[in-house]
Design a protein around this ligand. Structure first.
Ligand SMILES: Cc1cc2nc3c(=O)[nH]c(=O)nc-3n(C[C@H](O)[C@H](O)[C@H](O)COP(=O)(O)OP(=O)(O)OC[C@H]3O[C@@H](n4cnc5c(N)ncnc54)[C@H](O)[C@@H]3O)c2cc1C
Length: 491
């Protein structure tokens, strides 16, 4: 008889896991508390505008394509994307504007033109980032992190070149060792925020992240970010995965630590295996009654969260691109506020994402859809109502000053997301965007595994477990989960 699997949560990790299990021959049903798939990857539509509400940066599209290819499908029949000519446009308080071109040589020359750093320094930095990626991807990203991985040739190769991995330095220190201009350093320091971390604390190994954007490329889906979810959801339906929306799972049914099924708000169901895409802390706290919380893993510092304002904006702004960063003057102070004081910086770095620049139908003619985001601490019960009003004021002043416009007059309507609503909408503990932060050397080793020996037939996927948060890593987590299932079920 065909074995049955339940997936809890239709985030990107859950959908990818459902597809991978379906491909292994399981009957798969996905239970999702919300009324639609995607979790943190979501969208809102209002007055002719469409906004991607969560992720906006899309790298490693091959990991999405792979899921279509598993079923012998041509990915472009479901999902298409394009390379962005400019990855990000950076604005500095001193008036400097840097275009991070997708083409590495153009980007290196732009840095040489606009800063005191050389194109050669950028080339070397990106080459070294590629080396680190090649040394680490197979050990830390695409495999379970456990003894059987540790004693492989690949791992040994990486540890023999440990100096290349910059584990003894912070990302900021690594960036300072390549560049002398504070603007270049700040540009590359920002990559720590790609997993919700602090460049002044996160290990230098994470200086690998720019490799993904600058060497492999930055892309954008032709129909916007939510199409990543929509197209994979469509594939899952075509392949016979069943979805139960608006059906919250209350608990995993465990019998002597063996997962036997799930209990939802609507009933009790038996399954041969259960995969959770729910934030691991939320799972232990609420859905595994009586099970001890693995304190070491789950007491780690959470990644940053965010405040986002979605503005329907009148007018078009030729000096802006799809991704725009308006940097703070004092980056160190900004991160100290977020991570040490758990407070909001007075001068935050403001990210303005305008998908209308890539997807014409995302706003009416003569208008733009602005997603305006600042990083925040994770939710620790701060007075968010007050902090949001204060931040909104600071953001508007910064936009007006740096871009020379009066944005307040152009805002037609506004919607918001903040750490509290991220937590309540997706179950992400403390509203963190990426699970635990990577603010120490051991963070990668302390993420919860995709399978533990403690439970039988229960697997973990998504951004709060190994290998971490962000779309590519969530897709990798599904892949690792699949390898565990294959091994456990001798498939
Ligand atoms: C504002 C923002 C910006 C981001 N920017 C980027 C970016 O640019 N690039 C990038 O790669 N990543 C980005 N991320 C991170 C990325 O969105 C996440 O890492 C990823 O989407 C997490 O996917 P997941 O599979 O862990 O599940 P989630 O998206 O967290 O989904 C979990 C799902 O489980 C459901 N659920 C929870 N509890 C239950 C229950 N009891 N029963 C049933 N269902 C339940 C939830 O409703 C949710 O749908 C961003 C995130 C946010 C919020």
């Amino acid at each position: 008889m065909t074995k049955k699997a339940a997936v809890i949560g239709a985030g990107i990790g859950g959908i990818a896991s459902a597809l991978r299990l379906r491909h292994l021959g399981f009957d798969v049903e996905v239970f999702e508390a919300a009324s639609k798939p995607g979790g943190k990857i979501s969208e809102i539509r209002n007055e002719g505008f469409r906004f991607d509400t969560g992720p906006s940066l899309f790298t490693l599209p091959s990991l999405v394509n792979e899921l279509f290819e598993l079923f012998g499908k041509n990915p472009s029949d479901y999902f298409s994307y394009k390379a962005l000519p400019v990855i990000t446009k950076y604005f500095y308080d001193d008036g400097t504007e840097i275009n991070a071109y997708n083409e590495p040589e153009m980007f290196a020359n732009e840095i040489e033109r606009k800063t005191s750093d050389s194109a050669e320094a950028v080339r070397k930095y990106l080459n070294d980032a590629e080396t680190v990626y090649n040394l680490t991807a197979n050990n830390f990203i695409f495999k379970p992190f456990e003894l059987s991985t540790v004693f492989t040739k690949d791992f040994l190769r990486a540890t023999l070149r440990i100096n290349k991995l910059n584990t003894g330095k912070t990302m900021h220190e690594v960036n300072q060792s390549y560049f002398q201009d504070a603007r270049t350093v700040q540009l590359f320091d920002r990559y720590a925020t790609y997993n919700g971390s602090d460049p002044y604390q996160t290990p230098g190994t994470l200086a690998v992240i720019p490799h993904l954007e600058h060497n492999i490329g930055a892309f954008f889906p032709e129909k916007g970010m939510y199409d990543i979810v929509n197209s994979l959801y469509q594939l899952a339906l075509d392949e016979g995965v069943q979805f139960h929306f608006s059906e919250k799972v209350n608990s995993v049914n465990l019998n002597a630590s063996v997962a036997k099924g799930i209990v939802t708000e609507q009933g009790t169901y038996d399954y041969d295996l259960v995969i959770s895409d729910v934030d691991i802390f939320t799972l232990y706290q609420h859905m595994l009654p009586g099970e001890e919380i693995p304190q070491k893993q789950l007491s780690q510092e959470r990644s940053s969260s965010a405040m986002i304002f979605y503005w329907g904006v009148q007018g078009t702004h030729e000096n802006l691109d799809v991704h725009n960063i308006l940097f703070s003057k004092d980056y160190k102070k900004e991160f100290e506020k977020i991570f040490s004081e758990k407070a909001m910086p007075g001068d935050p770095t403001v990210y303005v994402f305008i998908s209308r620049k890539a997807v014409e139908s995302d706003a009416p003619d003569g208008h733009e859809n602005w997603f305006v985001m600042v990083n925040t601490p994770a939710n620790a019960g701060q007075d968010w109502d007050h902090l949001i009003e204060e931040a909104r004021q600071n953001i508007i002043e910064k936009i007006n000053r740096v871009l020379g416009i009066d944005i307040r007059k152009k805002i037609l309507f506004e919607e918001r997301l903040d750490p509290r609503s991220i937590e309540s909408k997706t179950g992400s503990w403390k509203g963190s965007l990426y699970g635990n932060s990577s603010n120490n050397k051991f963070a990668a080793f302390l993420r919860h595994k995709n399978k533990t020996t403690k439970f039988k037939n229960l697997y973990f996927t998504g951004g709060s477990v190994h290998p971490g948060g962000g779309i590519p890593l969530c897709l990798a987590s599904a892949k690792i989960m699949e390898s565990k299932v294959k091994k456990d079920w001798k498939l």
